[in-house]
Write a protein of this length. Structure first.
Length: 255
């Protein structure tokens, strides 16, 4: 069985409470140790936001769609929502408070009371939301979100909301995830960064390690129609700074 969403929610709550890089990495590594290979890929994709690159179509979940969906799960007014958001400025905290204050309208499905919600189900929800197209797609998205959230606790709802709306903000950067994966697999972080730059997705880096071994990280090659992460380069104030950073050897292209 896939890892419970509650476990990921607890991790996110822990990550929010610290800004110390070493502690953040250790929290991630400890969590990784509990996961199956597939759940590890899902977790990394959700925490990094890279799951959006795995979807067949763009994930179009506006605040309006989400707001109406949540109103079908917990009864609250627009004024209460605005008051909570003005106080915290965090949509995750707003949903957490609403789920704590109000009774959740549970939907009586076969699984609602026989199994915990898992991180795979959250990942599957996101993929299903991205597939909906056409004139009735907004309504379908609202119904799907409402059905899923009706099964969640306040902490799970907070976590799912922040991931779904791209508002996670728990201090986990791509670089930090690269370091955590490197430590987890006992691989030099430079190898992880190189493979990530070439493959574009951390979940695919994990795939390579699990299927072929860490030694294959040096052999990965670019894929057609897959952007290299080198395209997401840092900025510099002057050309002299760029040359200095790279030890005097630079290839440039006019734009």
């Amino acid at each position: 069985m896939s890892t419970r969403l509650m476990e990921l929610a607890k991790l996110c709550n822990q990550l929010e409470k610290t800004t110390k890089r070493k502690i953040l990495i250790n929290l991630l590594i400890d969590f990784f140790k509990k996961l199956s290979y597939e759940d590890l890929k899902i977790t990394v994709s959700l925490l990094s936001g890279e799951y959006r690159h795995l979807l067949e179509s763009p994930l179009e979940v506006s605040w309006g769609i989400f707001f109406r969906a949540i109103q079908n799960v917990v009864s609250f007014s627009r004024e209460e929502f605005i008051e909570l958001f003005d106080k915290s400025g965090d949509i995750g905290i707003v949903i957490y408070e609403l789920f704590k204050r109000h009774k959740v309208a549970r939907q009586m499905t076969l699984l609602s009371f026989t199994a915990d919600v898992t991180i795979k189900e959250l990942f599957d929800l996101i993929r299903m939301l991205a597939r909906y197209e056409g004139t009735k797609s907004q309504r379908k998205r609202e119904e799907l979100i409402a059905s899923f959230f009706s099964r969640l606790s306040p902490d799970e709802a907070k976590c799912a909301t922040k991931i779904l709306l791209g508002e996670l903000r728990v201090g986990v950067s791509i670089g930090l995830l690269e370091e955590a994966i490197a430590s987890f697999y006992a691989v030099p972080v430079e190898k992880i960064k190189h493979a990530h730059m070439v493959l574009g997705l951390l979940s695919e880096v994990i795939d390579v390690i699990e299927k072929y071994g860490p030694e294959y990280l040096d052999k990965v090659k670019p894929k057609y129609f897959r952007p290299l992460r080198v395209m997401l380069a840092d900025t510099a104030k002057t050309t002299h700074e760029i040359v200095e950073r790279h030890g005097g050897l630079v290839a440039a292209e006019y734009k």
